[in-house]
Design a protein around this ligand. Structure first.
Ligand SMILES: [Zn+2]
Length: 404
């Protein structure tokens, strides 16, 4: 296939020598806005869904930048790797879902018959992820604003949920050296199923953001996601976390009207650990838990704290320390442990959805056996996984408008 004419947008500037052919014609260099000289029609093989296609297109050279350029490549939406937009999206989709090797050697080959190298899949996937990150930073939204039909609680009020957690990603330093893992945040706005809402037949809706974020920036971006799906229209706003460092401040700062709840199961785990230290006897331990776990749910954190303060942790230093830490934890977080009210209202008291998002968004793809990542690659994959696992219109809107 030969592309015979040049695109209108890059109409060559006429010069006295133009009649002799393309020699002397020029186009505007996108980098420096100077004239770039026409050199020749240069051939290039493009990988499109039907396989490789050879094209010849005008090639220019900018003397100021000392660089060659071919405006047609941009016009056709070609990636730097000579992949058509459809192949770039498919390669990124494969690279988002599975390892780059499996994507190249199995998925793309079996599903499309295309041979795209592992390094091309890696590059094009990471480029796309970096683009998602940059667009989010530039406050670009994907898709139209669409208010969710929020689920209703036991009192019939509409409820919106937000949550934040973090997951460690294994990293690789320069020259394959080992460096410490880094925490990738996963934040979500979601509309879970409700047992009190029979009208809500929609599947669970979620928006995710993930990457090596700085918390202030993540907050700005999460608020935009929330705004896009009508967070402010919900009658009740709920923010859940496991009580990790800085999580409560993050949720309070970004969602000041939300009720902050600390994950019930994390709190219960503190009691389980304390029971193990306090009671050597299995039956004693179990009977203590049988009293205190229901108390946490039906009477709340302050009631359990009052009980804890009655305990004598005994002489063993490790037990005394664990006891001290547990009491302090309850003192610090008891205002987010009003589980009797939350349950009565029909609200969720577990941060299960964000914990499972940490697995699906980050863990399942980035923490495979033997996988180690550079900062940029991991950050890019987190953005792309979060986009892919959010509502499908998010992925589609990104690829429709920002394919290169
Ligand atoms: Zn230039």
């Amino acid at each position: 296939m030969c592309i015979a004419s040049e695109p209108r947008r890059y109409k060559p500037r006429s010069t006295p020598r133009q009649k002799k052919g393309y020699q002397g014609a020029s186009c505007v260099c996108q980098k420096c806005q100077n004239d770039a000289r026409f050199v020749e029609r240069r051939g290039r093989t493009i990988t499109c869904l039907l396989g490789g296609i050879r094209v010849r297109r005008p090639y220019y050279h900018c003397a100021v930048c000392s660089e060659g350029l071919s405006p047609w490549d941009q016009e056709l939406g070609l990636s730097k790797r000579c992949l058509s937009p459809a192949v770039a999206e498919l390669s990124s989709l494969a690279g988002t879902v599975s390892s780059f090797a499996v994507s190249a050697k199995r998925m793309l080959l079996k599903m499309t018959g295309l041979r795209v190298s592992e390094s091309s899949v890696e590059r094009v996937t990471e480029d796309a992820g970096a683009r998602v990150g940059k667009l989010l930073e530039d406050r670009i939204k994907f898709g139209a604003d669409r208010e969710w039909k929020w689920q209703r609680d036991a009192l019939g009020r509409t409820c919106a949920y937000a949550s934040l957690d973090a997951k460690c990603v294994r990293r690789q330093g320069p020259k394959a050296s080992r460096v410490e893992g880094r925490m990738a945040y996963v934040a979500s706005i979601y509309n879970p199923d409700s047992e009190y809402d029979e009208t809500q037949k929609k599947p669970h809706q979620s928006r995710y953001l993930s990457g090596f974020y700085e918390l202030n920036e993540l907050g700005l971006q999460l608020r935009r996601q929330a705004g896009q799906v009508g967070w402010d229209k919900a009658e009740v706003q709920i923010a859940l976390s496991d009580g990790g460092n800085g999580m409560e401040q993050f949720l309070r700062r970004n969602f000041p009207l939300a009720t902050i709840i600390i994950d019930f199961w994390h709190v219960k785990e503190y009691l389980v650990e304390l029971a193990k230290a306090l009671f050597a006897d299995e039956h004693e331990r179990q009977s203590w838990m049988d009293r205190h776990a229901p108390m946490l749910k039906h009477e709340g954190g302050p009631a359990v704290l009052a009980q804890l303060k009655e305990i004598d942790p005994g002489p063993i230093a490790a037990t005394r320390e664990l006891y001290r830490v547990t009491v302090q934890y309850f003192e610090n977080h008891q205002h987010k442990m009003d589980y009797p009210s939350y349950v009565k209202n029909g609200w969720q008291i577990g941060s299960g959805p964000i914990e499972s998002a940490c697995r699906t968004v980050v863990g399942d793809r980035l923490n495979g056996s033997g996988m180690r990542w550079g900062n940029d690659g991991a950050d890019a994959l987190c953005h792309l996984r979060a986009l892919f696992l959010s509502e499908p219109d998010q992925w589609d809107a990104f690829w429709e408008k920002h394919r290169n």
